[in-house]
Design a protein around this ligand. Structure first.
Ligand SMILES: *C/C=C(C)/C=C/C=C(C)/C=C/C1=C(C)CCCC1(C)C
Length: 240
């Protein structure tokens, strides 16, 4: 008797991005964990967090891939569990990078609260969708408030100002690069969201994402691994 396992169809490109996403996240974690030893002590925590972000994602991708193959559905719940753990950790990265320049714990909490706000609202928008624009747009807008706060902090607010006054060219440049990630890389998620049934791009322009997971998987790889590499680059430059 054949075992009841799910085979990945080579033409299933959504399934493939789950598969490759898992491996990429895992490889990135191994890299960040091992590289901790090659940077100054004060940067080791930042690299540990980078490794935790991709590590937590790897575990979720392992599970989400199976879930997707077995059911053909979007693993929305596990997706949001992953994000609710990893996006606050990205806020911790911003805090650690600007701590030497005087970042306070209150900044960390504001960023974390904004990220959780963004994700809880997004989860309600996706998971309790009745397919109507009213529901999708309402929760999308509420979610975007949290996103805009983080975007503002990274470009003009406290994070940007602290980095500017840090006296470190590497931190200044690095935080600016991370701000670009938040502007461009993170924008992929709401675009995917708006292409779903009832989403604004879906109802107004007729854009449809065959599968939102494709958007989310690509965005996650860029944002989690790329973000970690920027932090790594700052740490290595500052350790010389
Ligand atoms: C590693 C995971 C990351 C960086 C996830 C980021 C997620 C977002 C920036 C999601 C944003 C959303 C909106 C701004 C509005 C619509 C709902 C969301 C949750 C997709």
């Amino acid at each position: 008797m054949l075992l009841d396992i799910q085979i990945l169809d080579p033409n299933d490109y959504v399934g493939f991005t789950f598969f490759i996403g898992y491996m990429a996240m895992l490889a990135a974690s191994v890299f960040f964990f091992f590289e901790r030893g090659s940077v100054d002590k004060k940067w080791q925590l930042s690299l540990l967090i980078s490794g935790l972000i991709t590590g937590i994602a790897a575990v979720h991708y392992f599970y989400m891939r199976d879930y997707y193959l077995a059911t053909g559905d979007n693993p929305t719940f596990f997706r949001y569990v992953d994000w609710t753990l990893t996006v606050p950790l990205m806020c911790v990265e911003f805090y650690l990078l600007t701590k030497a320049a005087g970042a306070k714990k209150s900044l960390l909490w504001k960023l974390i609260i904004a990220s959780v706000w963004m994700l809880v609202a997004g989860y309600i928008g996706e998971s309790f969708s009745d397919g109507t624009a009213a529901h999708s747009v309402k929760w999308g807008v509420i979610s975007t408030i949290g996103y805009l706060y983080i975007l503002y902090a990274a470009w003009f607010g406290e994070v940007a100002q602290l980095a500017e006054n840090s006296g470190s060219a590497a931190v200044k440049r690095g935080v600016r690069t991370l701000a670009w990630f938040v502007l461009v890389g993170w924008a992929i998620y709401p675009i995917g969201y708006m292409c779903m049934d009832g989403g604004w791009l879906n109802t107004s322009l007729g854009w449809a994402s065959e599968n939102v997971d494709l958007w989310y998987n690509i965005a996650d790889a860029i944002n989690k691994i790329g973000f970690g590499l920027v932090v790594y680059n700052i740490a290595v430059t500052e350790s010389k």
